[in-house]
Write a new protein. Structure first.
Ligand code: DGL
Length: 278
């Protein structure tokens, strides 16, 4: 199976695109809802939580795990790849969502000015400006942290007047940094649920980019370039959902993100020996 991880529901927006573009594979989704949001947490905490989740996904039979979470990709991916994976053997791989996005984002801007909306953790890590500078040194990057957005979305309040207020506040603060921003990246996998509101505030001349389709295309390329990994993946079109919190809540809320039925089970990350039977 391909393991897909997020702190909560947000990665389901990525899983949705993955299953649209690459429906043949089996996917195991894990949402660490009990400990979400990750955005305000320290590097060390996000790293520990992410590593534990990745190890659990490995133990369930996923040789390839995608961190469908910008905060985990920004704060934990590199350490896991460089420090933890080499000691684990068995050719296990972990990918993130920041690299695939920064590789192509420069193609979307004509003004050369890009805005990033993300969690505080992702913004403070400076991962986006640093990665974009490697691929597009002439592009200027402006960032805005949106600390209220994930809690609003996780609590199903993203259609409320409160959400309108906080969306307007953050989008205006981003655009005040440069009137020439013509592309805004939703650098958090929860934010596609606010895309319409963001577009309304930003106006029709600003392109709003979400990551799902970008990440799906990048994964397809990765599997093409790594046939040894591609061959190890089951292709029965199965989708399994796990949450560290209440599965009933996860099913009701998760379907909004996934755009289809979600039937989840409870995951105990401290017990990797409990192997699920797909
Ligand atoms: N959806 C996640 C991201 O892309 C994390 C949100 C959070 O837990 O704060 O950053």
């Amino acid at each position: 199976m391909i393991g897909v991880f997020d702190s909560g529901y947000g990665g389901l927006t990525v899983l949705r695109s993955l299953t649209e573009r690459l429906p043949q594979y089996d996917y195991l989704y894990l949402g660490d809802n009990a400990r979400a949001p990750y955005g305000p947490r320290s590097f060390e905490t996000v790293y520990q939580y992410t590593l534990q989740s990745v190890q659990w996904l490995f133990s369930q039979g996923c040789p390839l795990v995608l961190l469908a979470c910008n905060t985990a990709s920004a704060k934990a991916l590199r350490t896991i790849q460089q420090r933890d994976l080499p000691g684990m053997g068995q050719d296990l791989r972990v990918l993130g969502v920041i690299r695939p996005t920064t590789e192509i984002i420069g193609q979307y801007t004509t003004s050369g000015k890009i805005g990033i909306l993300a969690t505080r953790g992702t913004v403070v890590s400076d991962s986006y400006p640093m990665e974009i500078a490697r691929f597009y040194p002439d592009v200027q990057v402006f960032q805005q942290a949106c600390p209220m957005w994930v809690p609003l979305i996780e609590n199903n309040q993203h259609h409320s007047p409160g959400a309108d207020y906080f969306v307007r506040q953050c989008v205006e603060q981003l655009l005040e940094q440069s009137p020439d921003i013509d592309t805004i990246l939703l650098g958090c996998t929860h934010y596609p649920l606010l895309q319409e509101k963001i577009q309304e505030v930003a106006g029709p001349n600003v392109r709003i980019l979400s990551q799902g389709a970008i990440v799906a295309e990048s994964l397809e390329n990765y599997l093409f370039r790594h046939p040894e990994m591609e061959k190890r993946l089951d292709k029965n079109g199965k989708r399994l959902f796990f949450t560290t919190d209440d599965p009933t809540d996860f099913d009701a809320h998760g379907s909004l993100f996934f755009g289809g039925e979600v039937k989840s089970h409870s995951a105990d990350l401290t017990d990797p020996s409990c192997v699920i039977q797909p």
